[in-house]
Design a binder for this molecule. Structure first.
Ligand code: HAM
Length: 457
């Protein structure tokens, strides 16, 4: 209908349209960030509990640092020349004039905390783990988020190769608990401040003759951060990299021995690895061992593989960071795991594969108003006995309710109908076999406890 036919002029029409559009507008999460919905929370909780229990079994203790830190911590710690600092930080000025940044990674904050709380005086090594959100302004795509979550471990104060291997063991143990077995670890050493400069000179010499064949970013890296030339995902740069010199040929005696020690220990604990002589990491603080853990085999076409590679975890030594942030010369090593990437593998699997800590082991099925009331009262009794119970009060049919019980992974279902309420009994059903028995209400709680105990034994 034309505006004139409605009796309004075109400006008024535009105004009304804009208002009604604004009313209809729905907010969404910012790009690269997402909600973790109730249905996903079980897996997140499972990961957090597995990670914490593995971490503490290797002697790491939890630390939580603030989500924001002074921007300079990352400029100095992560490194001025890194992609994180150059392109990916969410930074802002506060009303008081401080320049803060949403943490893009956990290592500099942990070292800041180590120094701020005088942990240098604690028994070394200080072994800490953390779990929480990080923020990186990357191009959002599958496996790359702007709000990502990491589980990380840092072992500070001892330079023995055993510390490197212990960090790797933590990640392998978590993956194994989650039944992710098709993983491979790529390993390299990038030397130390004694031997690396010689290697970097050789690398620059090599790339000087290939500058026309690499991407524009790499021509900048050539000047600012030559080691990162090896980290470029561009296909033409990958081709140039194949014949580049390798750090292994330039190691000083100490770095060579350290790396040898790491390899021997990995063999001893039977952690499989592949040497990748061109593996470098995107952060500036690394020294000596660097590693990344991936799912699956290396593809037949290594160039294609390089572009698709998304590490589940990565880390390495960082012997200079404590000193750089104002402390003493202190060896350290650590790593972090991307929780979204790991859970993406597990999410498609049958949830029965996992033993969920804190899952509801008993499920109450009720039919009719009287039974619902009895169920509600009995659930309080269960709660008092510390037994978590599930329910689907909104569903009418017994089949629909048992389906939910199955999905929750309950061991027992307690079925209450009108007749059971009148007879003061309940039906107890073993969810795995389907066998059922009638039990007097007065004995029900004890019977549940007995059966659950037998199942846990
Ligand atoms: P990173 O390699 O930058 O290392 O990150 C560790 C892991 O976090 C990656 O392997 C990946 O699984 C995950 N990750 C990184 N960026 C994203 C993203 N945009 N979206 C989803 N997942 C992502 C560090 O952060 C170092 N602080 C690790 C470390 C600790 N090194 C020594 N100590």
């Amino acid at each position: 209908m034309a505006c004139e036919e409605r009796g309004i002029d075109s400006n008024t029409f535009l105004f009304i349209t804009t208002i009604s559009m604004a009313k209809r507008e729905r907010f969404q999460t910012p790009a690269g960030m997402r909600d973790i919905l109730p249905a996903e929370q079980r897996l997140w909780k499972l990961f957090a509990e597995y990670a914490a229990s593995v971490g503490s079994s290797y002697g790491f203790e939890r630390i939580d640092t603030p989500i924001v830190e002074f921007s300079d911590l990352f400029r100095k710690g992560t490194g001025e020349g890194t992609d994180i600092v150059q392109k990916e930080m969410f930074s802002f000025a506060t009303k008081g004039g401080d320049e803060l940044t949403l943490r893009p990674e956990g290592t500099p904050p942990v070292i800041r905390a180590y120094l701020e709380h005088g942990m240098e005086k604690w028994t070394l090594p200080v072994k800490l783990f953390y779990l929480g959100p990080m923020f990186r302004h990357e191009k959002p795509q599958a496996g790359r988020r702007r709000q990502l979550h990491q589980f990380g471990v840092e072992s500070i104060g001892e330079g023995d190769p055993v510390r490197d291997v212990q960090v790797m063991q933590v990640f392998f143990a978590i993956l194994s608990k989650l039944k992710i077995t098709d993983v491979r670890m790529e390993l390299n050493t990038i030397g130390c401040s004694t031997c690396r400069p010689k290697y970097v000179r050789a690398l620059k010499e090599y790339y000087r003759n290939h500058l026309k064949q690499v991407c524009a970013d790499c021509r900048v890296r050539y000047k600012t951060n030559p080691l990162r030339l090896l980290d470029c995902k561009d296909e033409k740069c990958q081709r140039v990299k194949v014949s580049a010199p390798q750090m292994l040929d330039y190691l000083c005696e100490e770095c060579r021995n350290h790396f040898k020690g790491v390899l021997e220990l990995l063999d001893a604990v039977e952690i499989p690895y592949m040497l990748n002589p061109h593996l470098v990491r995107g952060l500036d603080y690394y020294t000596r061992t660097v590693f990344e853990i991936f799912q699956g085999e290396v593809s037949a076409d290594p160039l294609q593989d390089a572009q698709k590679r998304l590490a589940l975890a990565g880390g390495g030594g960082y012997d200079g960071l404590v000193k750089m942030l104002g402390g003493k010369d202190t060896p350290a090593v650590g790593g972090a795991m991307g929780i979204e990437r790991v859970l993406a593998i597990v999410a498609g699997r049958s949830q029965e594969e996992y033993e969920y800590p804190g899952r509801a082991r008993v499920f109450i099925v009720q039919l009719g108003g009287m039974a619902k009331k009895r169920a509600l009262v009995f659930m309080e009794e269960l709660r008092g006995a510390n037994i978590k119970a599930g329910e689907a009060f909104g569903r009418e049919s017994i089949t629909a309710q048992l389906k939910v019980a199955n999905k929750m992974g309950a061991d027992l279902a307690i079925i209450l109908g009108q007749k059971e309420v009148l007879d003061n009994v309940a039906i107890i059903r073993e969810m795995d076999t389907g066998s059922q028995e009638i039990i007097p209400m007065a004995k029900l709680l004890d019977e549940i406890k007995k059966r659950l105990k037998k199942k846990s034994a």
